[in-house]
Design a protein. Structure first.
Length: 115
């Protein structure tokens, strides 16, 4: 969803930049500039959220190998949540999600944390 939003905002930005007439009426130019600023903000925000989710997925994927039998991605999710540990004040939102999983092959259980 975020990638599509970013892509559509970039298309809107390109179309608006193509259609802007700097010699036109002031209100029309101001309206076009407003659309450009809004498209840039939507593009930036959705790209930032998309990269956040992609990084989290890569982190979880790197911990999806069973330590006992070595199987990758053959998991049963038992529980999921967020830790009660407070995140640093530099981040905007806490990113302390965890997933409790069990290997479907050997039954080994472990916790995947978002480091």
């Amino acid at each position: 969803m975020y990638f599509v939003s970013c892509f559509l905002a970039m298309i809107l930005l390109a179309v608006t930049l193509e259609q802007i007439d700097w010699r036109g009426p002031f209100l029309q130019v101001a309206y076009m500039l407003g659309i450009i600023v809004t498209a840039l903000l939507v593009c930036f925000a959705s790209l930032r959220q998309y990269s956040f989710l992609l990084t989290r997925a890569e982190c979880f994927g790197s911990q999806s190998s069973c330590a006992a039998c070595g199987a990758y991605g053959v998991l049963l999710v038992l529980a999921a949540g967020a830790s009660n540990v407070a995140s640093s004040t530099l981040t905007r939102r806490p990113d302390n999600a965890w997933v409790r999983v069990r290997c479907k092959k050997c039954g080994h259980e472990w916790r995947i944390d978002n480091d």
